[in-house]
Ligand binder design. Structure first.
Ligand SMILES: *Cc1c(COP(=O)(O)O)cnc(C)c1O
Length: 433
């Protein structure tokens, strides 16, 4: 069957077929629209700030593939590099200069990344960083925070257990309780709880891992003092600090939240923006720790397609453009203005709501009268409220990530004119609720 045949089919028909060949019809759960209901919209192409549905309609896209596309879809400059590269080589499985160029570019700008290793996804980056932390410290336990997502690596697919403070329970079938028992879980925004768990477990604790900007269960902007406290306590107790900046790295600033906050982790993980839309992840940090990675050290980690040349060159082209065009500064301003206007509309037509943002990442939620900084504080009806907004927006051809717990992204392709157009459409959308 050729590609054009698909173009003539509707989303509902395609989804019915997809359900027969893939679990839930998808290759990553949130795409199935389970939390918002209805049939997923299928898309066949994209350009700039827009997605084109298989039915031919254009949508303003605020999902941006969940974050990688900070320049928008098919940025002309990156596209040129990608076209050039696919004609050069698809994969070497050997040494080449392209990963070197990207590695040198990153390490010359981000001083806490002295050495790094490229992998093919954020999950892989986190999994590897955790392994290195264990290998380096000779300790086994990892501490994470509820409300932070670190990909689908077994040891981090855990939730707070019901018993003693800090103990974790498996959060997915197939993750054994013995694996979950290697991980400790505590709450965000709570120094006291954190220090208690740390104190009790420091002898066996290899690392603390945190999203310095938790952006996978809403946007839970942390107090700087909380993160500073974590950093100090880790240093004092010979526990490594891993910043998972897969979503915030190169997105909120070139050096991610570590740069924004002025806090240096021992290890950091990147993904999403670093590959400019291609499957690239990366972990890096202090060279004495990274030298534990094979072949220079005893911690094994490898990848057939690691440092794929298309991803490496698309990533570098993206990062260079971000720097040259001062994209972070522009996006900060645009996102600030856009979210303020959006919040006004939501307040007028829906009720007390807030639209918060950090850089170009935004999240809308009910105004509870305080800043939501931990997962446990999100109101239980949040998902239901978002559903209505999501579908009203979709009818006006605005595509938001299909879950109230996902954040929204602005890209460089969201011009002021497009954002204005979006606000007029949102007004029409919200009037229908
Ligand atoms: C997206 C994300 C991951 C997982 O990355 P994948 O490329 O989806 O495996 C891990 N950590 C954080 C903070 C993320 O946002």
């Amino acid at each position: 069957m050729n590609a054009r045949t698909n173009d003539t089919l509707k989303s509902a028909d395609l989804f019915a077929r997809a359900l027969k060949v893939s679990p839930g019809g998808v290759h990553s759960p949130v795409r199935a629209f389970k939390s918002v209901g209805g049939t997923p919209q299928f898309f066949s192409s994209a350009k700039g700030a827009y997605l084109t549905g298989v039915e031919g309609e254009k949508f303003i896209d605020f999902c941006q593939s969940f974050g990688p596309l900070i320049l928008g879809h098919l940025d002309d400059e990156v596209l040129e590099v990608v076209e050039e590269t696919v004609k050069m080589a698809w994969s070497f499985g050997a040494c080449e200069p392209y990963s070197l160029e990207l590695a040198e570019w990153i390490t010359s700008r981000i001083k806490w990344v002295e050495k790094l290793r490229f992998v093919s996804s954020g999950t892989e980056a986190v999994m590897s960083a955790v392994r290195v932390a264990r290998g380096f410290t000779g300790k086994n336990k990892i501490l994470k925070f509820s409300g932070c997502y670190h990909g689908h690596v077994d040891s981090l697919l855990v939730k707070a257990g019901s018993g003693l403070a800090g103990l974790a329970a498996s959060d997915s079938a197939g993750v054994s309780e013995s694996v979950a028992a290697e991980t400790l879980v505590t709450m965000l925004d709570d120094e006291k709880a954190f220090l208690e768990v740390l104190e009790k477990n420091k002898a066996s604790l290899a690392a603390v891992i945190i999203e310095p900007l938790p952006a996978n269960y809403g946007l839970l902007i942390q107090r700087k003092e909380f993160l500073q406290k974590i950093s100090e306590a880790c240093r004092k107790n010979s526990v490594l600090l891993i910043f998972d900046e897969v979503i915030s790295g190169f997105r909120v600033a070139m050096g991610g939240m570590a740069e924004t906050l002025g806090i240096q982790p021992d290890l950091v993980t990147y993904g999403k923006v670093i590959g400019g839309g291609f499957p690239v992840g990366c972990y890096g940090g202090r060279s004495d720790i990274m030298d534990f990675v094979a072949p220079s050290g005893p911690v094994y980690q490898a990848g057939t397609l690691s440092a794929n040349p298309v991803g490496m060159r698309a990533g570098l082209a993206t990062l260079k453009k971000l720097e040259r065009e001062k994209v972070h500064v522009i996006l900060e301003k645009r996102t600030h203005e856009f979210t303020q206007e959006l919040e006004k509309l939501l307040r007028e037509y829906i009720g007390p709501m807030k639209v918060i943002h950090q850089g170009s990442i935004f999240w809308m939620h009910s105004d509870l009268g305080f800043s939501i900084r931990k997962y446990e504080d999100i109101n239980k009806d949040h998902g239901e409220n978002f559903k209505k907004i999501f579908h009203a927006a979709l009818k006006q051809n605005i595509y938001l990530a299909p879950s109230g717990y996902e954040v929204g992204f602005l890209g460089f392709a969201h011009s002021e004119a497009i954002l204005q157009e979006c606000l007029s459409k949102m007004k029409l959308a919200l009037k229908t609720i």
